[in-house]
Design a protein around this ligand. Structure first.
Ligand SMILES: NC(=O)c1ccc[n+]([C@@H]2O[C@H](COP(=O)([O-])OP(=O)(O)OC[C@H]3O[C@@H](n4cnc5c(N)ncnc54)[C@H](OP(=O)(O)O)[C@@H]3O)[C@@H](O)[C@H]2O)c1
Length: 317
């Protein structure tokens, strides 16, 4: 049983729902659910009644951990209040990801950075998390020189309402879209992928070119990745490294359906990139609501909570 006092802020959303489920599965018993005024008072699976996420409620000092999945502007407003109340906040929006001094963490890749937090740890974008899990062992072995990626992102990445909209849409109207905001000639998802990958991998100059696409799939993001390495690395060597990497599972052909409701990043189609020297091409798929969001945030929190528990044990000696 885990006794930390946890607040899930955004508990009625696509990510919040999975966060509550994972916390239950992991034995957390002291969990509260927060959302906007709209859903305050409603009861969720497991009998938890939703509380309104007001600044006062979050700053009351009765939370050890606040897991936020409320969107960027609400996070900007609310996260500082939870921190003021003494909670560690793990925020899944893009509000703090690129802020200097705020760690942006994938535990398997740069977990030690989480310990540098000053109250807030940022959880990366749902495509950046699986991508960096796969890049890390290859970079450690052969040095990453450049990266190209094309994404196939499910509608759950855009929230619970978009999932309902897809289910209601006639199949003949399903389409591929690029439904993000524009940042010059790129989507902001494409520039986030570049900036976040550089920050997590600590490769500030890494050339990254991305095309992000929304596909009519409910859950599970996939990515086609082409990477150029400093040193030669054969597909067999890459496969061996990836098979040994934490949270990564090598399969023949990764699909969103196989990845959905699992914790692993599936990677396959590992082959030579015929268009570049020392190039590799591969394909990955991951559950964007789990490792792409809720699970990664809980893993970050557990790194920090375990650390606090060790410190408390030491102070008792
Ligand atoms: N979906 C993904 O795959 C994914 C992956 C990584 C990161 N994220 C990030 O996680 C965040 C949430 O995503 P989502 O897909 O779960 O969205 P969602 O399904 O639309 O859920 C949004 C949640 O935030 C709550 N909320 C909205 N405005 C609020 C406010 N002003 N105060 C308090 N609560 C508020 C909503 O509560 P009500 O029900 O009361 O409206 C709902 O619980 C976003 O920042 C997103 O970028 C999502």
């Amino acid at each position: 049983m885990r006794e930390s006092r946890v607040g899930v802020v955004g508990a009625t959303g696509a990510v919040g729902t999975i966060t509550l489920r994972l916390l239950r599965e992991r034995g957390y018993t002291n969990v509260r659910a927060f959302a906007s005024e709209r859903s305050a008072g409603s009861m969720l699976d497991g009998g938890i009644v939703v509380e309104e996420a007001t600044p006062d409620a979050l700053a009351a000092g009765d939370l050890d951990l606040a897991l936020f999945s409320v969107g960027t502007s609400a996070s900007r407003e609310l996260v500082p209040h939870a921190v003021r109340g003494g909670a560690i906040a793990v925020d899944k929006s893009s509000a703090y990801r690129l802020e200097p001094g705020i760690p942006l963490v994938v535990p398997e890749v740069n977990g030690a950075r989480a310990l540098e937090h000053d109250g807030i740890v940022a959880n990366p974008n749902c495509c950046t998390i699986p991508l960096t899990c796969v890049l890390k062992p290859l970079h450690d072995a052969a040095g990453l020189r450049s990266l190209r990626v094309s994404t196939y992102q499910s509608v759950s990445g855009a929230g619970a309402r978009r999932m309902e909209a897809l289910l209601a849409e006639p199949q003949a109207e399903h389409n591929l879209v690029m439904d993000w905001s524009w940042d010059g000639d790129e989507t902001d998802e494409e520039s986030k992928l570049r900036a976040e990958t550089r920050k997590i991998m600590e490769l500030p100059e890494l050339p990254v070119s991305a095309t992000t696409v929304r596909v009519p799939v409910l859950v599970g993001h996939a990515e086609a990745v082409w990477l150029e390495l400093e040193e030669p690395l054969s597909p067999d060597q890459a496969t061996e490294l990836l098979a040994a990497a934490p949270s990564v599972r090598v399969v023949e052909v990764p699909t969103p359906r196989d990845a959905a409701q699992t914790d692993d990043v599936l990677v396959g189609r590992i082959r030579r990139d015929r268009a570049s020297e020392h190039g590799l091409a591969l394909f990955l798929a991951c559950d964007n609501l789990r490792k792409g969001a809720a699970l990664n945030a809980i893993q970050i929190a557990e790194l920090l909570l375990d650390r606090v528990a060790v410190q408390n044990d030491r102070s008792l000696v």
